[in-house]
Design a protein around this ligand. Structure first.
Ligand code: 2GW
Ligand code: MN
Length: 296
């Protein structure tokens, strides 16, 4: 590829068979050893991705869980911000999972955007709320999402969109670099280190954050099913991975390399402070509102 294609290296359609990586940012890693792009601000032409995905007919399902106090504390801000920044050029279907459907706030949705509210039970242990998300997501993909959306993105609810989170983030399997670990040496990654757990890892590529993952519906179904199976296997053996579903997700992405990786610009924690390589904030960790979380 010549100089010109280098500048817009990542404007190649996401569906192109060959994954092509270029160094349009020299200050950060923009490509993995298995040739998957790592998406940073300045690497891509946003309008190009809007157009290609529109012409390909891409559509996105967003799943988010708001169980117990997390509904009052976070859901409204999450959805309102998503209406301002998430995949504005594509049809979007939200899937909100909650134990109190009647309390889901009324959010004004733009045309071509729809909200589905699905009732789930409230597990007593928070680790179970978090881990059973995998099973619930795979069931809903099978029953509904696969008939309506080409892609699925799964989010924690305790975060707020503050900048474009567009179709440049779409791919077959998409993982996110954890803001607290992307610049640390591998030996500090908090993988599960217990050989009795299915999530056990000696080493890995990156430390991925479970607050955001996605891909084609087929891939997300395979991922969530596999993670859920590992979680259940652990339960049978009376072990729990260090960081619950996140440990299992990291193991899955070690065995099945993601085809596209999002920089921590796609889920930043401002408490880290200024970092030269973070040029935009697209999604921010919400402060844990302990008052609201403790009193229902
Ligand atoms: C979670 C922890 C303690 C008490 C309650 C909850 C809780 C979580 C809850 O009461 N209701 C609820 O809906 N959740 C959902 O699970 C919600 O969508 C939330 O964003 C998600 C994960 O919990 P969260 O955000 O409190 O955990 P983090 O921010 O520490 O998440 C990381 O680690 C988790 C596993 O421990 C998950 O892997 C998560 O995806 C990671 O970002
Ligand atoms: Mn969270």
């Amino acid at each position: 590829p010549g100089v010109l294609s280098g500048i817009w290296g990542s404007v190649f359609p996401s569906s192109s068979k060959k994954s092509v990586c270029f160094r349009s940012r020299s200050d950060v890693q923009t490509c993995t050893s298995w040739n998957a792009p790592i998406i940073w601000e300045g690497m891509f032409n946003p309008g190009h991705y809007d157009q290609t995905h529109r012409s390909e007919g891409s559509s996105v399902a967003l799943t988010v869980f708001a169980v117990g106090r997390y509904l009052d504390a976070y859901l409204e801000a999450f959805l309102n911000s998503s209406e301002r920044h998430f995949m504005l050029s594509l049809p979007v279907s939200y899937y909100v999972f909650t134990d109190r459907p009647e309390k889901v706030p009324n959010v004004n949705l733009a045309p071509n955007r729809h909200l589905n509210v699905i009732k789930v039970e409230r597990h007593a242990r928070w680790q179970d709320i978090s881990m059973t998300r995998m099973k619930t997501i795979s069931d809903v993909i099978e029953a509904d999402i696969r008939h309506h959306s080409t892609h699925v993105f799964c989010f924690d609810v305790d975060q707020v969109f503050t900048g474009r989170f567009g179709p440049e983030a779409l791919g077959d399997t998409v993982a996110l670099l954890h803001a607290h670990y992307y610049h640390l040496p591998r030996k500090l990654f908090t993988y599960d280190r217990n050989p009795k757990s299915e999530a056990f890892m000696r080493t890995g590529d990156f430390y991925y954050h479970a607050a955001v993952f996605g891909g084609s519906w087929r891939s997300v179904k395979a991922l969530t099913e596999a993670c859920y199976k590992s979680i259940m296997e652990d339960k049978k053996n009376n072990v729990e991975a260090l960081w619950h579903d996140e440990s299992h997700l990291n193991k899955y992405f070690w065995l099945h390399k993601p085809s596209r990786i999002l920089s921590p610009e796609y889920c930043w924690d401002t408490s880290i402070g200024y970092r030269f390589d973070i040029r935009v904030h697209r999604l921010l960790w919400a402060p844990k509102d302990y008052y609201k979380l403790r009193t229902s």
